[in-house]
Design a protein around this ligand. Structure first.
Ligand SMILES: O=C(O)[C@@H](CO)OP(=O)(O)O
Ligand SMILES: [Mn+2]
Ligand SMILES: [Mn+2]
Length: 550
């Protein structure tokens, strides 16, 4: 049955005269007050006023509430914005890949079989985030594929690892390398097989750029993985240990995310370059940071950077597949192992069908979050005549050096759009709670929160002036836990958290027409229906229920 995209008007509430604005403070969760909570350490009188009002509550933003396998899975931007924008919970990549591996369906797929066929006569390469963070990837998926490939007669495999330190502890690369070397050794022990780690580097330094913020990152990764260009070491372990030592000798604590690229080489040179006829699998299941490297491998007429070898050789022609299809509109990549969640009828689809004008604003690092993720992993507009998307270019720096990021610029842009009178709905993402939070720098994150608070005050004032409604929430936690402490020793926490997130409505015309009455276990997926109600619409029947009741 094709569901119609029509929205009924709400029977008792026709909305306010002004626009509805959703503010998503990325990575700003709710955790107990304490010295490691940058959100509570910061002075944020305006946020406090919002979250302490009668129109406030908290929402689950991790685990099954956002389509992840278990309650141990922290939330992230992809699943968070998917749930916010689509008003329902979809089984996400992490879960879908687990299922495909458990059932064996992944190994029955035509794409896997094609990869194995190439791997039998050439080399099978695996490129991906090397951890069990379960945000972009999970090493158990890699291991299952390596073992299966070996069982199916692949004799040569090369793994290209991206150190994490962002979804897992900031200096954990060596533990993951040790475990992977163990798995590879077990596979090789059967004889006649050469499975090895071939190259790698930090995820924030090579390969895993997103939203075209920093293509040179992808170029560095491509050249290390394909051509074996980079500093040479006898093993991945030696590479990481050397770089740790060098960082500390320079007075700096090393950070896995930012480690330089390395290549494993022996007396004959790099041990796992990519050649014509090889298979390459990107084993990340999340799309934003996997799209650019996929394009570099699979596009015939790719022209963002030169893929030629050091002596002018042509880029190798490979059999390429992603774990999932990362962009269902642009069809990137063309071949994939597991079908992505099919997120249909997002809130944007309904609003466009009703002719409602809307905008979305963020800076590069989160621009795709409020557009591509929000719209169910679709790039581009749903209806360009009704929507305006604004990207403020991000600086390519380590973000604790610029804790305000572009939050003030985003605010100014949003205020202009609100005052234009042309929009009934707008959404923005403030990136800094998350991006600065990921650096593990507490002071910088406290400063980031103070800037968000300052900008919230401005937005609230404009909403008052326009008789609109402001809704404040976040997509998952991060800034709310900046370090953990054990036996008096502090370790920076660079990852997201399991915390709930704030939800608050600022409605200057509020006169008791509705109240906050969330269903049991409210989560991010309940926000879309709430926003539609505040605009004077009834939500679609199969959306998760609204947080407000009239
Ligand atoms: O930076 C990222 O890729 C993730 C963490 O892995 O963060 P977010 O989900 O907030 O984008
Ligand atoms: Mn996020
Ligand atoms: Mn993040």
């Amino acid at each position: 049955m094709v569901m119609s995209l029509h929205l009924d008007r709400h029977p008792s509430f026709s909305g306010r005269p002004g626009p509805v604005l959703l503010v998503i403070a990325d990575g700003v969760g709710v955790a107990p007050e304490g010295p490691s909570n940058a959100v509570t350490v910061a002075d944020t009188p305006h946020l406090d006023e919002l979250t302490e009002s009668e129109l406030a509550t908290q929402l689950a933003a991790h685990g099954p509430a956002v389509g992840l396998p278990t309650d141990d899975d922290m939330g992230n931007s992809e699943v968070g914005h998917n749930a916010l924008g689509a008003g329902r919970v979809f089984a996400q990549g992490a879960k879908l890949v687990n299922k495909a591996i458990e059932s064996g369906a992944i190994f029955e797929s035509k794409v896997w079989k094609g990869a194995v066929e190439h791997g039998r006569s050439a080399t099978m390469h695996f490129v991906g985030l090397h951890s069990d963070g379960n945000v972009h990837s999970h090493n158990e998926h890699l291991y299952a594929m390596l073992r299966h490939a070996a069982d199916e007669g692949v004799t040569s495999a090369a793994v290209h690892i991206l150190h994490d330190g962002r979804d897992v502890p900031s200096q954990s690369a060596l533990e993951y390398i040790e475990r992977t070397e163990q798995v590879l050794a077990e596979i090789n022990a059967a004889g006649g097989r050469n499975f090895r780690i071939a190259s790698g580097g930090g995820r924030m330094y090579i390969t895993m750029d997103r939203y075209e913020a920093d293509w040179p990152m992808v170029e560095r990764g491509y050249r290390a993985h394909v051509w074996g260009e980079g500093r040479r070491f006898s093993s991945a372990k030696q590479a990481v240990e050397t770089m740790y030592d060098e960082a500390r000798a320079g007075g700096k604590e090393p950070s896995d995310q930012y480690l330089r690229e390395f290549v494993v080489a022996d007396a004959n040179g790099p041990v796992g370059t990519v050649a014509d006829g090889d298979a390459v699998i990107v084993y990340n299941f999340r799309g934003d940071r996997a799209i650019e490297i996929s394009r570099a491998f699979e596009e015939d007429d790719f022209d963002v950077f030169s893929r030629q070898g050091p002596n002018g050789e042509n880029a190798p022609s490979v059999y390429f597949a992603g774990m999932l299809q990362y962009d269902g509109d642009a069809l990137v990549p063309k071949q994939y192992l597991v079908a992505p969640p099919s997120i249909d009828r997002t809130m944007s689809h309904y609003l466009c069908a009703e002719g409602v004008r809307s905008f979305a604003v963020s800076e590069t690092q989160k621009y795709g979050h409020v557009t591509y993720f929000w719209n169910g992993n679709r790039s581009g507009y749903i209806d360009e005549t009704l929507e305006t998307y604004v990207e403020i270019p991000s600086d390519n720096v380590e973000f604790d050096t610029t804790p305000a990021m572009k939050v003030r610029e985003i605010t100014d842009e949003v205020i202009d759009l609100l005052r234009s009178g042309e929009y009934d709905f707008g959404r923005l993402n403030f990136p800094s709670g998350d991006m600065v939070g990921h650096t593990g720098n507490l002071d910088a994150t406290v400063e980031a929160m103070a800037v968000i608070d300052e900008c919230m005050a401005k937005l609230v004032a404009v909403i008052d002036e326009l008789d609109g409604v402001l809704v404040y929430t976040a997509d998952h936690g991060n800034a709310d836990v900046m370090y953990t402490e054990k036996d008096g020793v502090r370790s920076p926490k660079t990852s997201h958290t399991l915390s709930p997130v704030p939800f608050a409505i600022h409605d200057p015309n509020y006169d008791g027409e509705y109240h906050v009455a969330p269903p049991a276990h409210p989560g991010l997926a309940n926000v879309a229906a709430t926003l539609l109600n505040l605009m004077g619409f009834e939500a679609p029947d199969d959306y998760e229920p609204s947080i407000i009741q009239f």
